[in-house]
Design a protein. Structure first.
Lengths: 315, 167
């Protein structure tokens, strides 16, 4: 068995210097997603790489602070702690997403940093972070930058060598509608097969702002800027053309395994991939992909229809 | 081949200061069972889904199968055995035994830890609080685990019987 060194820095400065010297080191926070992946074939002890940097003692990463406009949450604060401290200020969609992650005991260990950088391609809270416009602070020795959380929805975490997720800034904005749904599980995990977060602001019957984001599909939030600009100040109920525009934008981004996606017209009532027949003799994974795509379209239509009818049971 | 690095740890286990030397990746679950012969935390799923290995770590219920040794330094660990020795939780264990919650017995210790953690934060939990607290407890026998009903204010233990239901 290889020699393993575990570093336990107590400050951000020491962490960044360590990581700059050893960018191949494994950063270990709560470990709830990493731990099961590191178990050996016979079970038991984790098979750790040569260098591990444990983040749990870094003071700057476990703080939570509030301004009038935002809540700054340290990357290693446990989800349970975030939900407890932020109970009355977190956007409800984010609170619901955090509460859906795994089990209560896992949430006592799991962290927001892990939600962003999960090896499963982002945790279940990620769509909610993206929908509310959360920002993520990344720091390395000598540099700092902020990225939208939506960048983490798109697949591999967009981190440069030596960068560490330090905190997440959650805007404290009022939303008239907030919904979160989590469906199914990815095989062998508690991660959702598909998750959806949607928020909207509707002053005086117009659509001032609308954001939604999916987890498990590998692309960023909707709508894109062009469509968002067209929808701004649209009156409710949304026109069929506006609804179909959003559905088309989703269809364009769905995995390419979805059959006949480009051929669907605005007249399709359900607007789902379920109406298209699957390719003959599909593999189980392909069927699963089609089903997720179909369900994603249904979720979006349900959200838009409910928004228009003001019939959504918001959080 | 170089020997695997060992780390030396000090932490509190069931109220006692302990010191141990082990590989950094050794799971807390394995440490408890093999080093300290505390076997009520059990291997279930190995990934935090079933709650069979729950222990209290610094007052919070955590899955011992997910905690590597290097996370333990200076922490306070309480196992189901330790709960039984604590006056405030002794009633809880006796009441759970009276409930016959554990058709096979495998999940009872984890359930006790989940409920003890709840009582630490809320001495007078409601039905929904109990259900939320045990949402991560599954029994290996496949039965559905239902939480006990807690008595009205002031209680620190379950008062009425609920049985371990079978699907």
């Amino acid at each position: 068995m290889a020699d393993v060194r575990v570093f336990r820095p107590k400050s951000l400065g020491v962490l960044l210097r360590l990581y700059a010297r050893s960018p191949e080191a494994l950063l270990y926070g709560g470990g709830t997603a990493l731990g099961p992946r590191l178990r050996g074939p016979a079970g038991g002890a984790l098979e750790l790489p040569a260098k591990v940097i444990y983040l749990g003692y870094v003071a700057e990463l476990s703080r939570i602070s509030r301004t009038q406009r935002s809540l700054d949450i340290g990357a290693t604060l446990s989800l349970a702690r975030i939900m407890s401290v932020g109970r009355n200020v977190l956007p409800k969609v984010l609170h619901a997403a955090l509460a859906s992650v795994a089990t209560p005991s896992v949430r006592n260990l799991a962290t927001l940093g892990g939600q962003l950088c999960s090896p499963e391609g982002g945790g279940d809270a990620l769509p909610a972070l993206a929908a509310v416009g959360a920002l993520v602070e990344l720091r390395s020795l000598g540099s700092a930058r902020w990225l939208p959380a939506s960048r983490f929805v798109e697949g591999l975490p967009p981190l440069r060598s030596g960068e560490v997720v330090c905190r997440v800034r959650v805007p404290l904005e009022e939303w008239d509608f907030q919904v979160y749904r989590k469906l199914g599980h990815q095989p062998g995990t508690l991660h959702a097969a598909l998750s959806f977060a949607g928020v909207a602001r509707l002053p005086k019957g117009t659509l001032e702002s609308l954001h939604c984001s999916f987890g498990g599909l590998g692309f960023g939030p909707l709508p894109g800027r062009e469509l968002e600009a067209r929808l701004k100040n649209a009156r409710l109920p949304l026109t069929p053309k506006a609804v179909e525009g959003l559905l088309q934008e989703l269809r364009r981004q769905l995995p390419s395994g979805e059959p006949a996606a480009a051929a669907r017209g605005a007249a399709s009532e359900s607007g789902t991939a379920a109406s298209a027949s699957p390719a003959p003799g599909p593999e189980a994974g392909q069927l699963s992909e089609n089903y997720r795509a179909a369900t994603a379209l249904r979720l979006l239509r349900w959200f838009l229809d409910g928004l228009s009818a003001k019939s959504l049971e918001t959080l | 081949m170089p020997a695997p690095s060992l780390i030396r740890l000090r932490f509190t286990l069931n109220g006692q200061q302990v010191a141990v030397q082990c590989q950094p990746g050794t799971r807390l679950l394995d440490l408890l069972r093999e080093e300290f012969d505390l076997r009520e935390a059990r291997e279930g799923c190995g990934r935090g889904e079933c709650g069979a290995c729950l222990v209290l770590m610094d007052g919070r219920a955590v899955n011992a199968c997910l905690v590597p040794a290097f996370m333990l330094a200076d922490s306070e660990i309480v196992t189901a055995e330790g709960l039984a020795q604590q006056k405030e939780h002794a009633d809880l264990r006796r009441a759970l035994a009276a409930y016959d919650l554990s058709g096979c017995g495998y999940c009872e210790a984890g359930l006790a830890i989940a409920l003890a953690a709840l009582l630490l934060s809320d001495p007078d939990p409601g039905e929904e609080d109990v259900q939320r607290a045990i949402a991560g407890n599954r029994c290996v026998c496949g039965a559905h685990v239902r939480g006990p009903r807690f008595a009205a204010s002031g209680s620190r233990g379950p008062a009425a019987g609920r049985r371990h239901g079978r699907r």
